[in-house]
Design a protein around this ligand. Sequence first.
Ligand code: HQG
Length: 197
Amino acid sequence: MPVDPIQLSKFLSFVLRHKPDAIGLALDPQGWVRIDELIEKGNVARPRFSREDLLHVVKTSDKKRFSISTDGLRIRAAQGHSVSVDLGLPPQAPPPVLLHGTATRFIDSILREGLKPQDREQVHLSTDEATARRVGQRHGKAAILKIDALRMHAQGFKFYLADNGVWLTDQVPPEFLIPSSSETDSATTSRQPKLST
Ligand code: HQG
């Protein structure tokens, strides 16, 4: 049976970001695993996939979720980890404003506490609104927050750019959040801060 690229991509995200031990894999400190070992262990409990199947998923991933090492032997998730890894990304100056897509139901809490990484290692930020909106819609009615990244950076907060263009930072305190736009529904409108669309 041909391998379904979406299912394989989800499987790769699961083991490379969250549960490598589910198939007896161990990520190295930077999150890499050997591709041959991943294929061998990954093929025990699921439809078989080949190196070509895996490389096809890496190449066609809409968000470029996976990176291959320069020697072609190892693979890792570009971002999104819940297991502890040090991606080894150099801190760098972010664009002045970054965006975070979330759901309207989280806005009150976020404006109160700031953005936290929750189950992941870091908070995920993007440079374009379409991406932020898509990310937010995964959780419900999308709301987009603007982050005053320039001011955060000037105050010593570190930012990292993942291989796939996603910006990462450890947290965003509430004073750096600029409410920007939302798609509210009647259940949320009354208790949301006024957000321009
Ligand atoms: C929210 C996907 C309440 C946060 C995406 C988000 C991304 C708070 C949710 C990547 C909060 C966590 C990551 C607070 C943060 N109170 N809610 N204080 N602080 N939150 O999935 O950013 O398709 O862990 O706003 O595209 O949605 O998997 O993070 O809504 O790049 O490749 O808590 O995952 O990529 O949700 O998504 P997530 P995310 P993939």
